[in-house]
Design a protein. Structure first.
Length: 199
């Protein structure tokens, strides 16, 4: 299962994700993406199913160690929604702002204590021999009543992290990459990848 080299194919075209993941994994690996990315329908019922599907699809094309993730925001008051549908909560081809507006509208007049939420990321790695490993990371917080902060992406402006008393969008990249759900999951993945690099 050892890696022949440190090259990894990252199964995403999301520039925000790519930038964040590269910083989390550091410079141990050469992270590349595909110019002609195949359309992958994320029809899994779980984040893990979607992450594995994306990584396997790219691996079939490249035969190089492929890594993919899927993330979701679960809000207690909404019985775990948007969950696996987080990226397209407001509809196909929607923007980050559209998702945030829809969520805030659904939580209008809901008390702070009932606005608990959880961010989760699942990472899937398909190694050169076809074997698959997954890692995950979660972080807990609350949904604000309005967007705050200009950093980050996705639901970051409305996800309040109590320990730092800021939304994810108010954190610096360095701060977020120490505590975020994606950081937790990819740091675990980094250890798995480092263990397989051939000397």
């Amino acid at each position: 299962m050892s890696l022949k080299n440190s090259e990894i194919i990252l199964a995403t075209q999301n520039k925000d994700k790519i930038r964040e993941i590269r910083k989390i994994l550091g410079y141990h690996f050469k992270i590349v993406t595909l110019k002609n990315f195949p359309e992958i329908i994320e029809d899994g019922k779980t984040l893990e199913e979607n992450a594995i599907k994306k990584a396997k699809t790219i691996f079939k094309i490249t035969k190089i160690t492929s890594i993919a993730d899927d993330s979701g925001l679960e809000v207690d008051f909404l019985d775990g929604k948007p969950g696996v549908y987080s990226a397209r909560f407001a509809g196909k081809n929607c923007k980050y702002e559209d998702n945030n507006k829809k969520l805030l509208k659904l939580l209008k007049d809901v008390h702070y204590k009932k606005r608990k939420a959880k961010f989760t990321t699942v990472v899937a790695i398909v190694f050169e021999d076809g074997s698959i490993k997954t890692t995950s990371g979660s972080v807990y917080g609350y949904i604000t009543t309005e967007p705050k902060g200009n950093n980050g992406f996705g639901y970051d402006p409305i996800f309040y992290y109590p320990k730092l008393k800021k939304t994810f969008a108010q954190l610096t990249t360095q701060q977020k990459n120490k505590i975020s759900h994606r950081a937790i999951a990819f740091k675990k993945a980094k250890k798995l990848l480092e263990a397989e690099i051939r000397d």
